[in-house]
Design a protein around this ligand. Sequence first.
Ligand SMILES: Cc1ncc(COP(=O)(O)O)c(C=O)c1O
Length: 300
Amino acid sequence: MIDGQLVPPDGAVVSVFDRGFLYGDSVFETIRTYGGRPFELEKHLARLEQSAAHVLIDMPVSAMVLGREVVATVSASGFPEAYIRVMVTRGSGELGLAPASTLAPLRVVIVLPLHCPAPEVYSRGIDVVTYATQRAADATAAQGAKVANYLVSVLALHRAKETGALEALVVDGGGDIVEGATSNVFAVVRGVMVTPPEDTGILVGITRERVLEAARELSIPVDLRRLPLGDLVAAEEAFISSSVRELLPVVRVDGRPVGSGVPGPVTRRVHEQFRRNVWKYMGLTGTPPPLVPPGVAAPG
Ligand SMILES: Cc1ncc(COP(=O)(O)O)c(C=O)c1O
């Protein structure tokens, strides 16, 4: 859907003068459905509004209207479960970086079939690489906003792919792990679940909030603190979180095993609790499918 009009994928085009295309001058959200309905839609749209405010893009319509457009696009797609991307760009105008005050922001909702990692990926865990960098938005008004310029993440994932890893963890100038290229990161250190705090410039993940909630419900101690690379390597367990992947165990960092090199019991318990909560919030019937497919030994 573009500016409120449903369009088929091959007719969904925007101008080459759009600033999202020219400069990455846009904000976005990635959302998924459960039971065919978007999960945490209000929170994603609130974060989109916040991101837009950070970079001085005026929202073209209210979150309520945009929410209705998301639901309408999902329903028109007919996909049983969907991946949803909502974008707001500053709009099209004359070439030149300084944004004219007359620009009309553009909104786009893309809906595709949802592809989640295979169950084996959850039961085996993933390799990650570290990627030392300062992100372009850090220490600017855009810090913590979901702006479309993901070039650092693109390069980091390129590095990951070269080594067969599925995610790259961003390490800041101080040697601390900040977050993944497209995820938040957690480690279990001496029984405490550690994740970097908001002031490290992370994107405050909506899944991260649900992970913290699940840990609280399970009485697992949590520490929001900086996570030096050494702590991650010495951790008993680690995992990443994001809307599409939920919680994904990390079993190797730069080729070195985390803990015993298999997904850990805390990760699994928190993930199961997270899923129970999703099922409850979404009013889904039955129980969430098991994380470990039949015939595969459960870790921990
Ligand atoms: C940089 C970054 N951090 C964290 C996340 C996880 O956010 P959420 O849980 O809201 O999907 C994402 C998701 O795309 C991301 O791009």
